[in-house]
Write a new protein. Structure first.
Lengths: 478, 321
């Protein structure tokens, strides 16, 4: 079920009331309710894929315990590889089988041999890219002796299937989330209220910003050869806000919902469009994924140790794999490669560790140079988003080459004034709230109550006004 | 916890009150719309207000409401006439109009039922569901529309829920309240002639598929039977009409002849005339159509005159027998 659906609006209060009024006095029952609610949530899409997540849970639970009992290095490595192969095997099959088959056939036919394809009608289980990485972090951390395994199957199942973050993250680490299932949650008024505020903000980003931008991005991308360069630029910008509103909105709802149940999840987006360079962008965008790749791929490959060549190689590997994680299409790999190229000069000139704090911290306005850096970084990421959105590499290149024509200076043929106003209001709120974990975290807390309430009502009414389309969250396809 | 729940309830309470008030306001205003939802709202309003009250009523799909001009029928046949053709829907939903018509208006003396190859199909989606928004509390509307994918169970129960996201409906209600009415489309006694030239819809359809095979719906056929029985029992003069269809469009439907045969059998069974204009000269002339299934205004006027003539002949024949 989608977060912005009536089904979820009924599901959540029921689970909330059961959790805090029926099972709150018993830890095991709290966790069991989470598991049952999460399986119901996941099975709502397609009950058949429950078997996959249950199997994955049982495999990694067993391997975790066996790893802790095993001293011999080669046996520990074997157990780890079983976990990796099972998890990545499922992911590879469901997500990449047809991609590899199609490319294999194309390569073969290049040499004059035709093969009859046997592509399967494989449905991608929702959230598989997220929960497989989450369970892998568990077994890898046990292998590295950073984490003790749990013998509580219910708690572990709850960790794997926790419904707020099951289908589109944040990808949680066992070291952060699993211990929270080991302690009884006590209701905390401020935590729950803050969670509700974050849910409202997440819904606003998804329903008001992302879905409205999606309408225009789709029109422009689907008919790109009919539009001028300036309109195509707008299309790319609308997509940039669509994907940000969609994905960060989902994360906000996930984190906010978790807080209603007494859990604290990691921040997943930290105002990435205020980044001053690409390195900062990747410290602020989909943080749970980029840190996962850093900890479980980049560092094992050698990380930043060794010379520039090693750093460059590892950076390219991370970005290409990250791109590939997003989807079985060369466009995603190209998108990753572009970001790797953006990163190149920062590594070569050792500038990738600047800008660690949020821009203009403690100030109202950014400096002119910061503003320029923000605009440049936004422009670069928006250009790369064209590859992310396009269906093929050719389409992406055609889109970009159509931008850079004389028509770039024409007035755009599509220019929805109401959407520009919405985006300005949105970015203003994001700017004002950029020092918090999410824009609304501290915004308005010092205002008079009627003014604060008016703001919340305005947000809710806008969500209701713009609801109804139930556009799928983009990251569900990953 | 108590404080938290009370805080949420106090926050939600004004929203609930607003939702109830908004529902009443939007529904009451929308009912007065002449143009929204392809003009269907105005027809429903006339049905429920008892404004139909006609001797001759026309039923059918869009092929009814763009093909048969009730004003011409009134002029030439006498009495009053009204066109209740419903855009985009098959007999199942056309029957809903019939039910509500009889509940709120006098029984017509004559029903002209426009049938076609799609009549006894039943689409899955509730096309143009906006027309039902202000009338959703009507029992039969609930019964009939719940057989489609359109409204959820909660839409029928919770005030305002069905309006969430329907921005055009809300804007229309506000426009009507302010006295600003759009004049994009106005149906006169349920009819509107389309003054348009041939478009490329059919060519696009042909590119997508070689032919189309109609899947008949058994519940619709049963309902159709019940309807015919009811007309016979109430001694309503029922005239089934297959209005002109452009000849190339006829060839596109694979099982067309089987469906026509079915109508002919029903006609014989219940002793109602079935006037089939598939081979009429109009069906062979593209200049009278704006797509394969729909006559343009000129074509509709010519056809209505032909239909009137044929009805007069039928009546004369019946009188002499």
């Amino acid at each position: 079920m989608l977060f912005n659906s009536v089904d979820f609006a009924i599901f959540l209060p029921i689970v909330f009331l059961l959790y805090w009024f029926v099972v709150s006095k018993n830890l095991k029952r709290q966790n069991l309710l989470i598991v049952l609610a999460s399986y119901l949530f996941y099975g709502w899409w397609d009950w058949r894929f429950l078997s996959l997540i249950i199997f994955s849970t049982l495999v990694d639970y067993t391997i975790g315990i066996q790893l802790s009992k095993q001293d011999k290095k080669h046996k520990r490595r074997l157990l780890l590889w079983i976990s990796i192969l099972v998890n990545l095997g499922f992911l590879g099959f469901f997500k990449y089988y047809n991609f590899f088959l199609d490319n294999f056939i194309t390569a073969f036919s290049f040499f004059g041999n035709e093969i009859q394809p046997n592509t399967l009608n494989i449905i991608l289980p929702v959230g598989i890219s997220f929960y497989t990485f989450q369970t892998l972090s568990y077994t890898i951390d046990i292998y590295r002796k950073k984490l003790a395994p749990t013998k509580d199957l219910v708690a572990f199942s709850a960790f794997v299937s926790f419904f707020p973050q099951l289908v589109a993250g944040p990808i949680e680490r066992a070291t952060n989330l699993l211990p929270q299932f080991g302690k009884k949650r006590i209701f905390a008024y401020h935590q729950a209220l803050d969670g509700l505020r974050q849910i409202v903000w997440g819904l606003f980003k998804k329903v008001v910003i992302a879905d409205n931008c999606a309408d225009y991005a789709n029109i422009i991308f689907n008919n790109s050869n009919e539009y001028s360069g300036s309109t195509l630029v707008l299309g790319a910008v609308f997509f940039a806000f669509q994907i940000y509103g969609d994905f960060s909105g989902y994360s906000d709802i996930a984190i906010g919902t978790s807080r209603l149940f007494g859990f604290n999840l990691r921040q997943n987006f930290a105002f990435p469009y205020f980044s001053r360079d690409i390195a900062e962008f990747w410290r602020r965008w989909h943080i749970s994924l980029s840190t996962w790749f850093r900890d479980y791929l980049y560092i094992p490959l050698g990380g930043s140790r060794g010379g520039n060549w090693m750093k460059l190689r590892n950076t390219f590997v991370i970005f290409l794999v990250s791109g590939f994680w997003h989807g079985a299409n060369w466009t995603f790999i190209a998108w990753g490669a572009i970001h790797a190229l953006y990163f190149l000069p920062l590594i070569l000139f050792n500038k990738n560790r600047r800008n660690m704090d949020i821009v203009a911290k403690g100030k109202i306005w950014p400096s002119i140079s910061n503003l320029f850096s923000i605009a440049l970084t936004f422009g670069m990421t928006t250009l790369a988003w064209v590859f992310f959105r396009a269906k093929t590499i050719e389409e992406a290149f055609a889109y970009i080459s159509d931008i850079f024509t004389l028509a770039l200076f024409d007035f755009p043929t599509i220019h929805p004034a109401y959407l520009f106003i919405l985006l300005i209001i949105f970015m203003a709120i994001e700017w004002m709230g950029r020092e918090g974990k999410y824009a609304l975290e501290n915004l308005g807390l010092s205002w008079k109550k009627p003014v604060r309430l008016a703001m919340y009502y305005a947000l809710v009414l806008m969500i209701l006004w713009y609801s109804g389309k139930e556009q799928q969250f983009i990251y569900f396809q990953f | 916890m108590k404080k938290f729940i009370l805080k949420i309830l106090f926050f939600i309470l004004p929203i609930i009150v607003l939702a109830v008030v908004a529902d009443i306001f939007i529904s009451s205003q929308l009912r007065n719309s002449k143009t929204f939802a392809h003009g269907e709202l105005a027809i429903w309003k006339d049905i429920y207000a008892g404004n139909i009250d006609s001797d001759i009523v026309i039923y059918g799909s869009s092929r009814a409401w763009v093909h048969i001009d009730p004003l011409r029928i009134e002029d030439q046949l006498g009495g009053s006439a009204y066109n209740l053709g419903v855009d985009g829907h098959n007999f199942w939903l056309q029957h809903l109009r019939h039910l509500e018509l009889l509940k709120h208006n006098r029984t017509p003396k004559t029903i002209i039922l426009s049938v076609d190859t799609r009549s006894l199909q039943k689409r899955g989606d509730l096309y143009n569901l906006e027309q039902f928004l202000p009338f959703i509390k009507q029992k039969e509307i609930r019964n009939y529309t719940s057989a489609y994918e359109g409204f959820s169970y909660l839409d029928y129960q919770v005030p305002f829920l069905r309006y969430i996201g329907k921005r055009e409906a809300m804007k229309e209600a506000i426009s009507i309240y302010r006295g600003i009415e759009s004049d994009k489309m106005i149906r006169v006694k349920g009819y509107k002639g389309f003054d348009e030239e041939w478009n490329s819809d059919f060519d696009k359809a042909k590119k997508k598929m070689k032919y189309y095979e109609v899947q008949l719906d058994t519940t619709s056929i049963s309902l159709f039977d019940s309807f015919l029985k009811e007309c016979a029992t109430k001694k309503i003069e029922l005239i089934m009409v297959y209005t002109p269809e452009y000849i190339e469009g006829q060839e596109f439907t694979k099982n067309r002849s089987d469906i026509i045969q079915l109508f002919q059998e029903k006609s014989e069974q219940y002793q109602f005339p079935f006037l089939d204009y598939s081979n009429d000269t109009l069906s062979y002339d593209k200049q009278y159509f704006y797509n394969a299934m729909h006559l343009n205004k000129t074509g509709a006027e010519l056809f209505t005159d032909k239909l009137i003539e044929d009805i007069q002949q039928l009546r004369t024949l019946r009188e002499t027998q």
